[in-house]
Design a protein around this ligand. Structure first.
Ligand SMILES: [Fe+2]
Length: 120
């Protein structure tokens, strides 16, 4: 399962970087100021960062599922907050939310496959 999980997480990392680029571009379009110091990212992060402490595949999957679920909650809140006051941002956040929901589903499927394998 390890190779399948690695492939999935590499794809998710590429998606997350794309999301960051979409969001930073929108912040600049709106005249906002980007956080230049990575230490500030942790202070302002809605979901924080949970460093991997256990390399077991099940632990990695569970940790990443929690991260995706947090992201889904945050993007849902953002959609509620933005509403139709800013359709461009609304559309951008909906696109990202769709990816996050897919990420969570993909990781849940891998976790179910792992559970099925370890039951036998
Ligand atoms: Fe994600």
């Amino acid at each position: 399962m390890k190779d399948a999980v690695i492939a999935e997480l590499v794809q998710h990392a590429a998606d997350e970087l794309r999301h960051a680029e979409m969001i930073t571009s929108r912040i600049v379009q709106l005249g906002g100021v980007l956080l230049q110091d990575p230490r500030e990212w942790f202070k302002w992060s809605s979901c924080g960062y949970e460093a991997p402490s256990d390399s077991y595949v099940r632990s990695i999957l569970e940790q990443n599922i929690r991260g995706e679920q947090c992201a889904i909650t945050v993007y849902n809140q953002l959609i509620q907050e933005v509403g139709f006051k800013d359709p461009v941002t609304y559309n951008l956040v909906v696109q990202i939310l769709q990816d996050e929901v897919m990420h969570e589903e993909d990781l849940q499927a891998l976790l179910e496959d792992l559970s099925a394998l370890t039951r036998k």
